[in-house]
Design a protein around this ligand. Sequence first.
Ligand code: KIV
Length: 323
Amino acid sequence: MSKQPATRAITILDIQRMKESGRPITMVTAYDYPSAKATDEAGIPLILVGDSLGMTVLGYDSTLPVTLDDMIHHGKAVVRGAKRAHVVVDLPFGSYQSGWKQALASGIRLMKETGCGSVKLEGGQRSAEAVARMVEAGIPVMGHIGLTPQSVNALGGWKVQGRTPREAVRLIADAKALEEAGAYAIVLELVPTALAHMITQRVSIPTIGIGSGPFTSGQVQVFHDILSIQQDRVMKHARQFADVGGTMVDGLRAYREAVEDGSFPTAAESFYMDERALELIRRMTPSDADDMTHAERVLREANEAPDARVEESLAPVEQQIAD
Ligand code: KIV
């Protein structure tokens, strides 16, 4: 008989019900096992393995160099760390723009190889066919409109989108196109508050805002921004809820200082060996030997090895002495 998991994983239907019941949806990015585990433990229902990892963990200055293999590598680690949260993985730049067939192939790889619950891609009307084909194939898709970072060069920089009537009408049409194509939710990035509110009222699926005000169905933020891990990346729309970056530097500095002043490691942080073993090894070690003898090697290994290995490595030494 199969065992029931302790906690049920969150599905896209749970996310959609949250909009229906007026419960705000929280989403945050995570890029590896520990960040996913912490996010899950904090009770956050949606994790995005965003291609923002290009900037936050890989050190690029945009998301453009991120590959599908990068997303799969990080996606797998996040899925291992998230027991309850629904994990969404981004389709990176170049993995879906050539048409729906490429999008479908990339979406299938992400689902198959990471074990994630859904995928996200950027673009409204221009991506609608790709969304429809993926949904048809059984891949839940989250849309992303407004400031779409993969088009940062075409948009002329990191700017708020939809401020003019023409742009606003286009964004509303983009949201509608994604809803019709079967997307289960839409990220609205850097959209003015009033327009984000209007879009949220005009589509039935949840809208998840970033820099788009408080009237969306939920909020998404970048892990490194809200925990202030990368202290040179400060965004107007990202509140710093903790100073993890500062704590990390403080901890690392304290470690270096303890090594340098000899206070680390202490006896309690070290491992010791059997007196009998030590005596045997002393007898095997000529005090003036320059070369590393067998016994010295055993001593070195014994200091690092678990007990079973110590016993095993001592056996030939004991035998030699007995002979
Ligand atoms: O890649 C990312 O982190 C994102 C969020 C900003 C929504 O797409």
